[in-house]
Design a protein around this ligand. Structure first.
Ligand code: SAM
Length: 340
């Protein structure tokens, strides 16, 4: 049964956060000194996640991405991958990681059947990596990425958040690095999501500027002729190298947004910008039947009319989305809790 929301968008794509913890403190995501963490007893077990995923799959979900926080911090993650990998209706299972723990875990992830992986990497310069993440371990990430590239995944991608004045001089080196590894690079516009308390429009490098910079280096760039697949618009360099741009800030894709997010403690959000979500953990642990949970999810999806990124684009005074105090009161508003 496929459910469609009020703009006829399917419930196709679920991002499952397996932990709110992270081992980096990226400037654009976790810039504060202290964070309020989710209580451990609230964190869903793998069996609980599987039960919920089954219900989502029954409502038309075909894609699941495991994320966080940093998903590789979750103990025994390959067990969850193996559970989800057994579901034929899930045609796309992927994981997004910062790469710190990748080298040591990549073999287990592959052995568990993970087909696709995305590594977040914003710079190839050590000092800059430290400034961006507050950890001095770029070589560890680069080694993890290299191991992933050699591990036989169906696809390895590199996600790069581009910030003006921070790493906007690394578009070409990042593409070259990705090309050498056989990994498709996707440039992400800096977003004003919860957690990005230092955000300003001046620091956003819009898609048009990204393309202009790459065109002046490589020559004419062509859009890939394919049906629009949110979130990335894909392009080809003259030599055939493909890359993507995710322009959620200046050209949002709300019209095609089929994604929702399940936090590690079982709150379900239907828009990255939504202030409230639906508690699925409570009913699940209270013994509500599968049918009851399915109705709860489908009723909420049928009522969905969120177009959060477009609303932000239309707002006249675009500055930080949520004040730090509000994030501390309600950590679910944080990107690292909601699942990026
Ligand atoms: N720890 C994992 C990782 O680093 O890939 C998964 C979680 S992280 C929140 C997921 C993605 O969200 C990363 O690629 C990160 O760069 C991106 N992200 C976080 N805050 C962002 C922001 N303000 N603008 C754009 N992308 C952001």
């Amino acid at each position: 049964m496929e459910v469609l929301d009020r703009f006829r968008r399917p419930l196709a794509n679920l991002r499952v956060s397996v932990t709110d913890r992270c081992n980096l403190r990226c400037h654009y995501c976790m810039p504060e000194q202290d964070y309020v963490w989710l209580p451990r007893t609230n964190i869903l077990t793998f069996e609980e996640i599987e039960k919920l995923v089954d219900i989502f799959v029954g409502l038309g979900t075909t894609k699941v991405r495991l994320t966080g926080g940093e998903p590789l911090l979750r103990k025994n993650l390959p067990d969850l991958i193996a559970l989800l990998g057994e579901k034929p209706a899930l045609t796309d299972l992927a994981l997004t990681t910062n790469g710190i723990l990748l080298a040591e875990q990549v073999g287990d992830l592959r052995a568990a059947g993970l087909p696709r992986i995305t590594v977040s990497l914003d710079t190839l310069k050590s000092e800059r990596f430290f400034a961006l993440t507050r950890f001095d371990n770029l070589p560890t990430v680069l080694h993890g990425l290299e191991c992933a590239a050699g591990a036989g995944f169906d696809s390895v991608k590199i996600d790069t958040v581009v910030i003006r004045g921070m790493n906007d001089d690394e578009l070409v080196p990042m593409l070259e690095h990705g090309r050498a590894l056989g990994a498709e690079v996707r440039f992400i516009e800096y977003m004003d999501v919860g957690g990005a308390t230092q955000w300003s429009m001046q620091e956003v490098l819009p898609r048009e500027e990204i393309l202009r910079q790459l065109t002046s280096h490589y020559g004419p760039i062509l859009p890939v002729d394919e049906p629009a697949v949110a979130p990335a618009d894909r392009f080809t360099l003259p030599d055939g190298t493909v890359f993507g741009v995710i322009s959620s800030t200046t050209q949002p894709f709300c019209g095609q947004c089929d994604r929702s997010r399940l936090t590690a403690d079982g709150l379900w959000y239907r828009c990255l910008y939504a202030r409230t979500g639906t508690d699925l953990r409570g009913p699940l642990r209270a013994g509500v039947t599968q049918t009851g949970l399915r109705d709860l999810i489908s009723d909420n999806w049928l009522a969905r009319n969120d177009r959060g990124a477009e609303d932000r684009l239309a707002s006249s005074d675009r500055s930080t989305l949520i004040p730090v105090e509000a994030l501390q009161d309600e950590p679910h508003l944080e990107m690292h809790t909601r699942g990026g």
